[in-house]
Design a protein around this ligand. Structure first.
Ligand SMILES: NC(=O)CC[C@H](N)C(=O)O
Length: 471
């Protein structure tokens, strides 16, 4: 489904989409809460030129919607109904969006599988037995199944770009500060980004324009002017230098993914791009994941201390304040989330702060400085988005991978450490499942990121939806 096709439809088609999304639930389990579509259509009125006129949109369930339950897929927020809208909800609505559903995610964004929502696993529309990836798995699945042209996600480590790869859709994480995060239930504030899923690059450009801009409610949002990304798209590769991240490519063990990537690189060269090989310091790359875990868990621990059954969240009984909090948090969070809070608290413990938390922050700085050096050699970096097709649940934890091989699965963290824009573009099919490549550009250079993505899209010409679930 494409945005412009929706623009040209009669608004009544939204009802058909609503029915299809309800029907998909048995197969995909991608929805936590259905939005009240009738209510939104009652007084629906937007200008003909509104960019999202008649467009059904999916929101990840960590995006606050006034009057509509927002759980972040956590049991503790099962009954949470926000009293205000996130800024992006207002922006989307003003542009004509009709909200269809709050999509399932890994609990509070903590996970890369979408096996960790209190409403259960989300199934990949290409093969229901496989995972979607996470944490924005519900959003990715619904776009991949052709049930909406646009879904909003969030990305703290790769949570838009990895599920996009596994589900065969576009996944864009723009520059830190480009899109307001006001009204989004956080995970780790220095790494959290709003991102989006579409079926094609042009739609990603349109959606980015709608979502971007300074917001006085979010002091991390940038006041750089928003560009007309769609008009500026230019898939001409002449004069562009693309750097291939060798550390990622040499860590990939799947022959089909490697040869498809190499074939794509050849075509990029034929189309005029200058391709250079970029080698990162391997030791530094091996620290990506541990550094991420220290920083993200510490920030998550601080961010979620208000989910205690007193200020927010479901309340379990107890004899005193402390036991109410302990009981509420024990019952309200899954073991994965509790584990991360333990790790986070440990590194924030005063005796450990310097040698764990501050050290991780210094390593993050080193990684970003190293990345900046690499980006001096090229306009954009390119690598396979993931080292495999979407795995089955039992194969999805990567615990058999060595540190070097883990780099293939976690290189997208570079985009969160630096805040630089990054996009996943479907590139091919392997074993009837989509595979993808990922681009990482310079700060606020969304135009180059989207333009090179468009060139790749033209070369690869992937089918943009998974037909079966959509029928
Ligand atoms: N929200 C994210 O980006 C999650 C990233 C990573 N998979 C994690 O488990 O935390």
């Amino acid at each position: 489904m494409r945005i412009k096709d929706c623009n040209n439809r009669d608004i009544s088609f939204i009802k058909e989409v609503d029915e299809k999304i309800h029907k998909s639930q048995d197969k995909l389990n991608a929805v936590v809460t259905f939005c009240n579509v009738d209510e939104q259509l009652k007084d629906y009125h937007v200008e003909d030129t509104a960019l999202l006129k008649n467009v059904p949109v999916i929101l990840k369930d960590n995006i606050n919607t006034k009057g509509t339950r927002t759980t972040a897929s956590s049991r503790i927020l099962d009954n949470y109904v926000p009293v205000y809208d996130a800024t992006i909800v207002k922006k989307l609505r003003d542009a004509g969006a009709v909200f269809m559903a709050k999509a399932s995610m890994d609990e509070l964004g903590m996970g890369g599988t979408n096996l960790n929502a209190y409403t259960g696993k989300v199934n990949n529309p290409w093969d229901l037995k496989r995972i979607t990836g996470g944490s924005s798995g519900g959003s990715a699945a619904l776009v991949a199944a052709g049930l909406a042209p646009l879904a909003i996600g969030t990305d703290t480590g790769d949570s838009v770009r990895k599920p996009a790869a596994y589900c065969g859709v576009i996944g864009l994480k723009p520059t830190y500060g480009r899109i307001s995060r006001y009204g989004i239930i956080p995970y780790a504030s220095s790494l959290d980004h709003v991102g989006l899923f579409t079926t094609n690059v042009e739609d990603a450009a349109i959606a980015l324009e709608v979502l971007s801009g300074r917001d006085d409610h979010d002091m991390t949002s940038s006041n750089r002017p928003v560009e007309n990304y769609k008009e500026l798209l230019n898939s001409d590769l002449n004069g562009k230098t693309i750097g291939i991240i060798q550390n990622v490519q040499s860590a990939i063990q799947n022959e089909a993914i490697t040869s498809s990537f190499d074939a794509l690189v050849k075509k990029l060269e034929e189309k005029g791009a200058k391709v250079v090989s970029v080698e990162f310091d391997q030791d530094l790359m091996n620290t990506l994941l541990p550094t991420y875990y220290v920083i993200s868990n510490a920030e998550a621990t601080a961010n979620h201390s208000n989910l205690d059954g007193i200020r927010f969240g479901m309340r379990e009984e107890g004899d005193d304040l402390t036991s109410i909090m302990i009981n509420s948090r024990t019952k309200g969070f899954s073991s994965e989330v509790r584990k991360r809070f333990v790790i986070g608290s440990y590194s924030l413990f005063v005796e450990n702060q310097e040698k764990i938390f501050r050290k991780a922050q210094r390593v993050r700085r080193k990684i970003v400085e190293h990345l900046d050096e690499k980006l001096e050699q090229c306009d954009i970096l390119l690598a396979s988005a993931a080292g495999s097709i979407a795995p089955y649940p039992e194969d999805s934890f990567g615990d058999k991978l060595s540190a070097t091989h883990l780099v293939a699965e976690n290189h997208m963290l570079l985009g969160n450490f630096s805040g630089y824009p990054s996009i996943t573009v479907p590139s091919d099919m392997v074993e009837n499942m989509p595979i993808a490549v990922n681009l990482l550009g310079k700060a606020f250079d969304e135009v180059t990121v989207l333009s090179v993505a468009k060139a790749i899209e033209e070369i690869c010409a992937q089918d943009d939806v998974c037909k079966e679930v959509c029928e």
